[in-house]
Ligand binder design. Structure first.
Ligand SMILES: Nc1nc2c(ncn2[C@@H]2O[C@H](COP(=O)(O)OP(=O)(O)OP(=O)(O)O)[C@@H](O)[C@H]2O)c(=O)[nH]1
Ligand SMILES: [Mg+2]
Length: 322
């Protein structure tokens, strides 16, 4: 894309045009070399020219099927009624060619998808590690520039992606469903501690009693952590129960800590992340022969990958300092 085209695209995004926003996101998500510079320019203009007020970025994380999309739909409708504009970025961990699932998310969030005040965008998780798309952070910034003031990021968070999710949003909501004692034991303390708000969803029908027990047990579990005051809330997304309470909990918790504090270090984190993602492949391409040589060494009987890694790093550092 040339600069005039990017300027027009940016203007349309800034005017809140959802079709333009979709195109912009596709550009940001592109892996093509030629699109990188255009992405930088687009984000640049949008950040600079942005006239809208502040936006709040909410990560909604939890195992597959706990009801994240249904919850976002319920929360989204509640917030639209209060005058907000909602963007939803849902990251699908299953497959990069996930036509079925993309349709799935749009049907699950059918009311939001049809609302003029909402924008729903599914993306594939390219790393397939159950986390984020590499461009989720910049995508959320573009949604904010388009005037969406609350941005939900739906992710199946597992393992280290929680740390990434912490840096993509202002607040982290962990969704679980009613569970038995041993399932509760299996939840890692670290994941509970990352959460700002814990939602026990599907507390309705035949799961209602088990759900209320789960809430109590999670509250007890939190008492032993560094964050004993974390809200643990019973919710039914399908019956729209407990939705206001989630929003109240998020709002209270954000009042305690200013957004500026929470956002501190975020751009620095993503800058490092971008460098990590790009540098290794670029260096590999630059030192192709040396790398191939190291790979060949690994095939040998007395191969030592630590030695090979160390050797490559020292070689590169030496070249850099020459
Ligand atoms: N009973 C009950 N079922 C629910 C509730 N919320 C969601 N469900 C059901 O749970 C199933 C999964 O819901 P989703 O919202 O797609 O769950 P998800 O966590 O987004 O799933 P993935 O995106 O595939 O990880 C659907 O059949 C929903 O109808 C709830 O509050 N109560
Ligand atoms: Mg979903």
């Amino acid at each position: 894309m040339n600069l005039p085209d990017i300027s027009v695209l940016a203007d349309n995004i800034l005017a809140g045009d959802r079709f333009a926003l979709s195109r912009g996101i596709t550009l940001l998500e592109s892996n093509l070399e030629k699109d990188r510079k255009s992405s930088i320019q687009l984000l640049n203009i949008c950040q600079k020219e942005r006239k809208k007020g502040p936006s709040l970025h909410v990560v909604i994380s939890g195992s597959p099927g706990v009801g994240k999309s249904t919850l976002i739909e319920a929360l989204g409708i509640y917030l639209i009624a209060k005058g907000h504009r909602i963007a939803v970025l849902s990251i699908d961990p299953s497959s990069p060619v996930s036509g079925g699932s993309i349709m799935g998310d749009k049907t699950r969030m059918s009311r939001l998808s049809q609302s003029q005040s909402a924008f729903v965008r599914p993306s594939a998780d390219q790393t397939r590690s159950g986390g984020l798309h590499p461009a989720t952070y910049e995508t959320s910034l573009l949604c904010a520039a388009a005037g969406f003031d609350i941005i939900f990021i739906e992710t199946v968070g597992v393992g280290q992606s929680e740390v990434m999710a912490r840096y993509v949003g202002d607040t982290f909501v962990l969704v679980v469903q009613p569970m038995m004692g041993d399932e509760l034991q299996a939840i890692k303390k670290g994941i509970l501690e990352v959460a700002d708000v814990i939602v026990v969803n599907k507390v309705d029908g035949r799961l209602a009693d088990e759900g209320r027990l789960t809430v109590q047990q999670l509250k007890n579990a939190m008492a032993d952590t560094a964050y004993p005051d974390t809200s643990v809330l019973p919710v039914s997304s399908t019956e729209q129960k407990g939705i206001k309470e989630i929003w109240d909990a998020i709002s209270t918790q954000l009042e305690d800590q200013t957004l500026t504090n929470r956002r501190e270090g975020r751009d620095a984190f993503w800058m490092d992340q971008k460098i990590k993602e790009r540098l290794l492949p670029e260096i590999k391409a630059l030192y192709q022969d040396t790398w191939q040589n190291a790979y060949r060494n690994l095939q040998k009987d007395n191969a030592n990958f630590l030695y090979e890694a160390d050797h490559l790093i020292e070689l590169i550092l030496k070249k850099l300092s020459d």
